[in-house]
Design a protein around this ligand. Structure first.
Ligand code: 5AD
Ligand code: SF4
Length: 482
């Protein structure tokens, strides 16, 4: 049975400190693991790999770090405030460690990779530091700690995809799950620490991806999200399972393969890069009803000059061309974005260009950030972080206000219509309400209705909306849908 500790799958790039627990039927060693994850969806997916490795060793998971033998914190380095939150949390674990000196505290993920052994020097309470490509070594590293040593492995790999490890579904609603299809990133956007913390890009064997998706579907899951830093550059070359002929699989082909598992299995994916998203991918989305009409296509800035400094390798015009292609090929596709305010040397006019591209696209949703210089990145080495904090803050708030307006505008388009949604469970705010997402990833809340349960597809008439949620009522007969 999977514990339903986490019901709300926030689509946030910087999710904060969620404790992940599972109760799996295995031979126990009597020891308990507490794992808390920060940052992107990839990190949450990685925590499921980590839990799988330790459950194999006989651990069980707990949602209370005070009763744990091992506490892991899977960290994010993307912005300075993400790292600060982790440090604050570590000092709380320090209090527990003073009470229980046997407690093992481990730092995993991007901060472990970025700071390496510095972590062990700076944070005396940390026993073990493990980078994103070294999780297979966790059992040995824990043994080292038990024999009285600090342990560290931050080696990055060109091959590791954890393809053979079956993730334990930790934040399970039993309906939706992530599948990691690649690791690392080769893009070198100048602001971004990810290529340094997660290493070179590598794609996972499609056979293992398909097997994982099929297994989830067989166990009652109805939605999978294919994850990678840059899914459009997914490329795998190897022998076909059946006849050992050499095959090449690109992202469009992978999407199609997963979509063909069953029309009842919804497919989502994230993140797409504007330079790589092809018409072939767009036509594949359009061809299959069960590939959701939703694309996360981060623009970062609306100014071609800033985009060049960011090393995004596309221009404003190129980005607009990709948006036009999406609108032509998948007319009802929702589009979301990541936007950075106040990148090095950004002028007021360039900031206005970001606002105007937002007007053009009318994003359904956007994650918005103030530029945060990350040590070691190209931007930190080459450019001055010269936009004053108060200017960054003001530009960010203008971006946020615009996004709230367009999110509301987008949701209003559904009011009065009927949408098909996948019921994910009871709503966060009231157990008298159910929630689920429509094809375009909008959250829909509606009164719990007899005969309706999690995992079902239902039609909901949208009566009204807020700027974040659609509110409606279940309709019994199958209507004409949007
Ligand atoms: N400062 C601000 N935002 C950043 N992002 C990545 N690095 C930084 C940074 N140094 C944002 C980008 C990226 C998202 C995951 O985080 O918008 O797409
Ligand atoms: Fe970072 Fe750019 Fe790679 Fe995204 S595509 S992870 S922003 S380097």
């Amino acid at each position: 049975m999977i514990d339903l500790q986490l019901t709300d799958k926030k689509h946030d790039e910087e999710r904060q400190g969620e404790a992940l627990i599972v109760d799996a039927p295995l031979v126990r060693n009597g020891r308990k693991l507490y794992i808390e994850s920060y940052g992107c969806q990839m990190n949450f997916a990685d925590s499921e790999i980590v839990a799988s490795i330790l459950l194999d060793q006989g651990f069980e998971t707990t949602g209370d770090y005070k009763e744990a033998d091992v506490v892991f914190i899977n960290t994010c380095s993307i912005r300075e405030n993400a790292e600060q939150r982790v440090r604050n949390r570590l000092s709380q674990f320090g209090v527990e460690k003073r009470r229980n000196p046997k407690l093992i505290v481990g730092v995993l993920g991007c901060m472990a990779e970025r700071l390496k052994s510095k972590f062990l020097e700076e944070e005396k309470l940390v026993d073990v530091v493990v980078g994103p490509d070294a999780y297979r070594e966790l059992p040995q590293l824990l043994s080292e700690v038990e024999s009285g040593h600090k342990a560290i492995n931050v080696l990055l790999s060109r091959e590791e995809t954890y393809a053979d490890i079956s993730p334990v579904r930790l934040n399970g609603n039993g309906i939706t799950a992530f599948i990691s299809i690649m690791r690392g990133c080769d893009n070198m956007c100048s602001f971004c620490v990810v290529p340094f913390t997660r290493g070179r890009e590598r794609s996972r064997d499609p056979h293992s991806i398909m097997a994982e998706a099929q297994d989830l579907f067989d166990r009652g899951y109805k939605e999978v999200t294919l994850l990678g830093q840059n899914v459009d550059s997914y490329k795998w070359k190897g022998s076909d399972a059946d006849d050992s002929a050499e095959i090449e699989v690109n992202f469009a082909q992978l999407l199609e393969k997963v979509a063909l598992i069953s029309p009842e299995l919804r497919i989502r994916f994230s993140t797409s890069h504007p330079k790589d998203i092809t018409d072939e991918v767009l036509y594949t989305i359009a061809k299959y009803d069960n590939i959701c009409n939703y694309i996360h296509l981060p623009v970062q800035s609306g100014s071609s000059r800033v985009l060049e400094l960011m090393n995004r390798t596309y221009t404003r015009e190129w980005y607009i061309n990709r948006i036009d292609a999406i609108r032509n090929i998948i007319p009802d596709c929702a589009i979301s974005s990541d936007i950075i305010a106040g990148f090095c040397t950004e002028t007021e006019e360039e900031h206005q260009e970001t606002l105007s591209i937002m007007d053009y696209v009318k994003y359904d949703f956007a994650f918005t950030f103030s530029y945060s210089e990350r040590p070691g990145t190209l931007a930190a080495r080459k450019f001055e972080d010269d936009v004053p904090e108060d200017v960054k803050k003001r530009r960010l708030s203008e971006i946020l206000i615009k996004q709230q307006e367009t999110s509301l505008y987008r949701l209003q388009q559904f009011v009065g219509k009927t949408v098909r949604i996948l019921v994910e469970g009871t709503s966060k705010k009231s157990d008298k309400d159910f929630c689920g997402r429509n094809d375009q990833n909008a959250m829909v809340v509606f009164p719990a209705t007899a005969g309706v349960s999690a995992g079902q597809y239902v039609y909901v008439h949208i009566d009204r909306c807020t700027s974040a949620t659609l509110l409606g009522t279940v309709v019994v007969e199958e209507p004409e849908i949007v």
